[in-house]
Design a protein around this ligand. Structure first.
Ligand code: FMN
Length: 318
């Protein structure tokens, strides 16, 4: 595709649009079923590319109780149809988020999902308590962070620790709470049940899979952190099967499908796997307008699928 065609396509994506197919996630209405995935949207970097109020939801970068510097570089490497990142949840902290990015996004009319990060139960609790009276529409608890209080294992890989954390957070907020599951487990259904039984209003899945690259001229890992999280088109069939398995096991729970989405067709597969909505991640790092393009393509595809569209509009799934 030449540059002009690309530009023309982008212009089309940015034209005003009347959304025809909404969805409902944990009682919260989205004007379309497509959101941005955490860590791949930042207002200062992406906000100029499209009208953020026109996305189903904007999910922001994980926020921690205090600023985190993240991991040393190199932090990203390419993989086959994928990327590997070890950004390490760098963020300016919840106080900055509450006075800067969140009010700016709300002023622009965005539906905001705030992604929450922590290294201990107390970290998560501090952030959730501060967000309880904020303008955030939904919270997404990222339980894939290495958990200091559990020896560096992520809390999302241990159903007992996950249950304790979610019960604790449930008592601190009445906001819709999405728990974002890690795929790096033997049995995703077991951790999904633990989150739902402890009070999660919805699940989002998946976060990145553990991966690495090695420089063949150095014989050393490319990432300074050695391993990182794999995302992008390569993980699409894997993530889809995770969503499908959780939907089969837990019929009523709202699910947001994430992983490798770069087209309306792929988003549609997630809806047929039983998701209520999707989030677009790494595709936005290749083309910042990708989340809006996916939303527009999906809106067109749902026109000829009235049964699925009607279910989504009522908060139901396929
Ligand atoms: C650079 C980068 C940063 C990310 N940061 C976060 C984060 O802060 N919190 C989180 O829950 N997920 C984070 N993720 C994971 C994505 O939200 C998403 O779950 C994952 O990349 C799979 O989707 P994709 O294949 O569409 O990218 C990050 C992903 C990337 C590529």
């Amino acid at each position: 595709m030449n540059e002009q065609t690309q530009q023309a396509e982008q212009m089309n994506v940015l034209e005003p649009h009347e959304w025809r197919h909404k969805t409902i996630v944990a009682g919260t209405e989205w004007k379309n079923p497509v959101g941005t995935a955490s860590g791949t949207f930042q207002l200062d970097a992406c906000g100029d590319y499209y009208d953020v109020s026109q996305m189903g939801a904007i999910c922001t970068k994980g926020v921690s109780p205090v600023p985190w510097e993240g991991n040393p570089g190199p932090r990203t490497a390419e993989g086959p149809s994928s990327m590997v990142n070890s950004v390490g949840l760098q963020n300016p902290g919840v106080d900055h988020y509450l006075t800067d990015e969140l009010p700016r996004l709300k002023k622009l009319g965005a539906m905001v999902i705030t992604n929450v990060a922590g290294h201990s139960d107390e970290d998560y609790a501090q952030v959730v308590a501060k967000l309880a009276d904020s303008q955030a529409d939904m919270l997404e608890i990222n339980v894939s962070c290495p958990n200091v209080s559990h020896g560096g294992m992520s809390v999302g890989t241990d159903p007992v620790a996950l249950s304790r954390l979610i019960k604790h957070l449930r008592a601190l907020t009445s906001k819709p709470m999405i728990v974002k599951l890690s795929p790096n487990v033997t049995d995703i259904v077991q951790v999904a049940h633990a989150a739902v039984d402890a009070g999660a209003d919805a699940l989002s899945l998946i976060n990145t899979l553990v991966g690495m690259r090695i420089g063949i001229n150095t014989g050393k890992p490319i990432l300074a952190n050695r391993t990182g999280g794999v995302s992008g088109p390569a993980i699409f069939p894997i993530a889809l099967s995770f969503v499908w398995r959780v939907r089969q096991a837990i019929p009523g729970i709202p699910i947001i499908g994430i992983g490798g989405i770069d087209s309306g067709e792929k988003a549609l597969e997630y809806l047929y796997a039983g998701a209520n909505a999707v989030e677009v991640g790494a595709a936005a790092l290749v083309d910042p307008t990708a989340p809006m393009r996916v939303a527009r393509e999906l809106d067109d595809l749902l026109d000829s699928r009235p049964e699925l569209a009607a279910k989504l509009a009522k908060g139901q799934t396929w």
